[in-house]
Design a protein around this ligand. Structure first.
Ligand SMILES: [Zn+2]
Length: 158
């Protein structure tokens, strides 16, 4: 704020320091939201940069049953992991087909379930990250368990 003059109805932008109207919520210069009530620029406290997730911002018509898909897919992979250890890698074409379904179905179920979680819980999972984790062999078993555990923590339902 070096040498910038402001008028009586103006304050300095909390971000760029340009004088802006006191009533302005968003600085026309830099686009950063300013505190409507705060007239001094001193109010900029050290809040964490990531704004808290607000479930009310999200609307979804997604059913709450997609987690069954996540649980089922994870269980399938865990079974495959156990069987692969017992039978070697000769799982057979049927198991291969089932696992192909799980490989697509698990991330897909997560894709829908995350929309539900986001709109109903204090957790905003990164869709792409989880879909990738749930598509990688062995990682997906762990990721599925972690996801369901976290989901249970924030939603408390299943
Ligand atoms: Zn500004």
């Amino acid at each position: 704020m070096s040498g910038k003059q402001k008028r009586a109805d103006e304050v300095f932008c909390r971000s760029c320091g340009e004088p802006i109207k006191k009533r302005a919520e968003i600085c026309p210069n830099c686009g950063v939201r300013n505190n409507k009530a705060g007239s001094s620029g001193q109010r900029r406290t050290s809040r964490t940069p990531s704004t808290p997730h607000n479930p009310a911002q999200y609307e979804t018509t997604v059913s709450d049953t997609w987690w069954y898909g996540v649980a089922g897919g994870t269980a399938l992979w865990a079974l495959a992991f156990i069987f692969a250890g017992v039978v070697g890698d000769s799982l057979g074409p049927l198991a291969g087909f089932v696992l192909l379904g799980a490989w697509i179905g698990l991330p897909l179920a997560a894709y829908f379930d995350i929309q539900y979680v986001r709109a109903n819980a204090e957790w905003n999972p990164t869709t792409v990250l989880w879909m990738i984790l749930l598509a990688i062999w062995l990682v997906n078993i762990l990721a599925g368990v972690v996801y369901l555990y976290r989901r249970h923590e924030v939603l408390g339902v299943p």
